[in-house]
Design a protein around this ligand. Structure first.
Ligand code: GDG
Length: 472
């Protein structure tokens, strides 16, 4: 398989770029941007003459590109990154608008949060076409064109309409909703039609695959349910569930036992805490942060023995800061934390330690290690990589995971909870805090087996193998 793929060039198209260029004093620095996707696909892109097309968001991005907006990353020996330049207006309509105020809420079942503005849609279409035209300048016969995520749903159509024989696939990183939710998008038919020009589409879970296939049937597609092949207007699209994993080996390499344990110990000392409950999320209403805080509040109320002993560390990395919804959410979280801390704070101990801001991923590792419990309770999530990252770093703690995260069906040895059920979350935290070391270790071993086997390399190889099979 490797050999077959190596002969073909991979053109990857995503909204976010793998590297950004920034000004540091008199120099321009190339910075690798964190994220599961970047880490997993970077080696593959480096190995051959791959091309990655993405929105250039770095402040010095367009100072280093050539006349075709291309630059080698991370250096001359790397691969080619072609940058798409988006005007402020395009960013507003395409990214903040349609992607994050329509596709994001609808795919996550928050129908009432969607903002179906006609001009968002027009800009989304235009920007998708802009990406596609940029890709079409590059595409040659044997290339494999791999498109990522909900911001770029129309690209398969725009490409195939111009170059019919292009090999096109998509990976969808967020949930695919039930038909009842998807049909609320006034332009849903066009979205589906354009997506169905892909030869291959994969999601994180079988549920999302089924939801997607249901939608295509409503559109009038002829579906082979045994093979999950959707036939529509002369095109056959194979649909599969291929869950994304983390770079497990990379995490293992980063765990320098002694220093990590020391840092973890220091966290507990600094916080005057015997036990740590840890959570880290991008700021988003899908992540269930407020409900989780309510469960912590209830824990201290119901089990006052934890007062002065258990501290929750909640880290939030800023996201979509220009969307008003996200600004309001930040305020509600601040308020709830102040309320809990006001109620229970004692001497030097505080119940909730809160950090708002992004840090290099390496700096999260001591928290993952210090945590007796990781409290990952999204209301819904495509996968949730944080849960897997915690497991990769842990040696004794317990994972409490929302049953509505894509990861839950693969990590069923975790304590699975309904994040809407505050009582149940409180009880799960209590159960996790009281669980015997033996039981935790037993569960951890099984969970680690899962994430080490189904890691990012497995995901990438599986996706490519299944995709190229389509052309046998
Ligand atoms: C989407 C889907 C799906 C967090 N804080 C910092 C930081 N992080 C890193 C984590 C993790 C990543 O960000 C977050 O990944 P998630 O999977 O949890 O969530 P989304 O960002 O919503 O991602 C999701 C994913 O796509 C992949 O398909 O799993 O369901 O919503 O890696 O460690 N990284 C750094 N600083 C931080 O402060 N560097």
């Amino acid at each position: 398989m490797e050999k077959k793929i190596n002969k073909q060039r991979l053109i990857l198209i995503s909204n976010g770029e793998p590297y950004a260029h920034r000004n540091t004093g008199n120099e321009i620095e190339c910075v690798k941007l964190a994220g599961g996707l970047t880490t997993g696909l970077d080696p593959l892109m480096k190995k051959d003459k791959g091309l990655w097309i993405a929105w250039g968001r770095g402040e010095a991005d367009f100072e280093v590109v050539d006349k075709d907006d291309k630059v080698r990353v991370p250096d001359e020996n790397g691969y080619t990154l072609k940058r798409i330049n988006l005007s402020k207006k395009e960013q507003a309509g395409f990214y903040y608008g349609f992607s994050n105020e329509v596709m994001w809420p609808i795919c996550h079942n928050f129908i009432t949060k969607a903002n179906f503005k006609q001009n968002y849609w027009e800009t989304y279409k235009k920007v998708n076409e802009k990406y596609a035209l940029s890709a079409l300048e590059e595409i040659t016969e044997d290339d494999l064109v791999w498109i990522h995520d909900y911001q770029l749903a129309l690209i398969p159509g725009f490409i195939k309409e111009k170059k019919k024989n292009t090999k096109v696939a998509m990976f969808w990183h967020i949930p695919w909703p039930a038909w009842e939710a998807f049909r609320t998008i006034p332009w849903q038919e066009i979205i589906l039609k354009k997506m169905l020009k892909s030869d291959f589409i994969a999601f994180h879970t079988p549920l999302f695959v089924n939801n997607f296939i249901d939608c295509t049937e409503k559109l009038g597609a002829d579906v082979d349910r045994t093979e999950n092949i959707v036939n529509f207007q002369g095109q056959a699209t194979k649909v599969m569930s291929i869950p994304l994993g983390i770079d497990y080996q990379q995490f293992q390499r980063q765990i320098n036992e002694n220093s990590l344990n020391e840092k973890a110990k220091k966290i507990k000392e600094d916080y005057h805490a015997e036990k740590i409950v840890f959570a880290v999320d991008r700021l988003d209403y899908t992540k269930g942060i407020l409900k989780r805080l309510k469960a912590m509040d209830k824990l201290f109320e119901r089990y006052p023995e934890h007062i002065g002993k258990v501290t929750m560390v909640q880290r939030i990395s800023p996201s979509r800061t220009e969307v008003e919804e996200y600004q309001q959410m930040r305020e509600s979280i601040n308020k709830k934390i102040a309320e809990i801390n006001g109620k229970y704070q004692k001497d030097e101990w505080v119940p909730i330690k809160y950090f708002y801001g992004s840090v290099p991923q390496k700096e999260l590792l001591p928290y993952f290690r210090a945590a007796d419990i990781a409290l990952i309770t999204p209301l819904i999530d495509g996968m949730n990589l944080v849960a897997k990252e915690f497991l990769a770093v842990q040696n004794k703690g317990m994972l409490i995971l929302s049953e509505f995260a894509g990861a839950a069906i693969y990590l069923d040895d975790a304590l699975l909870v309904n994040p809407y059920d505050i009582n149940a979350v409180t009880e799960a935290i209590q159960q996790g805090l009281e669980m015997s070391q033996k039981e935790k270790e037993l569960k951890l071993t099984k969970l680690k087996e899962e994430i080490s086997k189904y890691d990012i390399n497995w995901w990438r190889n599986k996706f490519l193998a299944e995709w190229v099979k389509r052309y046998d």
